[in-house]
Unconditional design. Structure first.
Length: 256
């Protein structure tokens, strides 16, 4: 058991040594793949602009900004918010908004509009609804949010008597496109380059059956290995290379 553990330790040490000897190649591969991933991302990336409108549920009766709100009112407002998130994705709602966009000169189908829209409830305040539009045209993203805000009340007006949806923050035109994720892809490319280059180096080392040192000669010939002396005709560069090996069987020389 101890002998096997020692052999495993020696093998791991050799693998680490091989990786260290090929460090320049590994680093070069890592940098090349990272740069390639970054370049491909920038070339294929299409800018996406996001506009957002924030809505909130409000009780129609009394002052909606009153400090005292009953538990039943909070429950109703939350239910209306959850209902709105589902209602905005219904086919009839999408068709109505798509028709308004077509009237403005945008050729948008219901299925495309469904992919462009995202609606969710605020995690901190469940009475607030976020509706986002992501498109390649910042004016189109803004127009979708404007239509959403204008139609907010109509979507759920008959669901709960006395509760409706109003605009909390008006939509604004996106100043710049969303992130291209080029940095993230560059990091992933670097990681892939490092891992793949290490695998290639290790695979080449493990599949290499050539004789590099006395230990390899002993395993191949089956005779005991006595030692090594430097080859005076070669420049010594360290490691296992540039040696002349002598085996007990006839004292034959085996150079690398």
């Amino acid at each position: 058991m101890e002998e096997k553990s020692k052999e495993s330790y020696i093998d791991i040490g050799k693998i680490l040594l091989v990786l260290w000897q090929r460090a320049i190649w590994i680093v070069a591969s890592t940098v090349i793949l990272a740069a390639l991933a970054y370049a491909v991302t920038l070339i294929t990336w299409k800018p996406i602009y996001t506009s957002e409108v924030q809505l909130y549920t409000v009780m129609e009766a009394g002052d909606d900004k009153a400090t005292e709100v009953t538990t039943s009112q909070i429950s109703i407002r939350r239910n209306v918010a959850a209902l709105y998130v589902k209602a905005i994705k219904k086919p009839d709602s999408l068709a109505k908004m798509a028709n308004q966009l077509k009237a403005d000169g945008y050729d948008i189908t219901e299925s495309k509009l469904n992919k462009m829209l995202e609606a969710y409830i605020d995690s901190d305040a469940s009475e607030i609804i976020h509706v986002r539009a992501r498109t390649g045209d910042k004016k189109l993203s803004l127009r979708i949010c404007e239509i959403v805000g204008a139609e907010a009340e109509n979507l759920v007006k008959d669901a709960y008597i006395g509760c409706t949806v109003a605009i909390f923050n008006n939509p604004r035109e996106a100043v710049k496109p969303d992130s291209s994720k080029a940095v993230r892809n560059m990091v992933l490319g670097a990681a892939a380059g490092f891992i793949l280059s290490c695998i290639v180096v290790i695979a080449i080392y493990l599949l290499d059956r050539s004789i590099k040192n006395g230990e390899d000669l002993e395993k191949l010939s089956g005779v005991r290995y006595l030692g090594e002396i430097p080859d005076i005709n070669e420049t010594f560069k360290g490691g296992d290379k540039y040696y002349s090996s002598y085996a007990r069987a006839g004292g034959e020389r085996s150079g690398t």
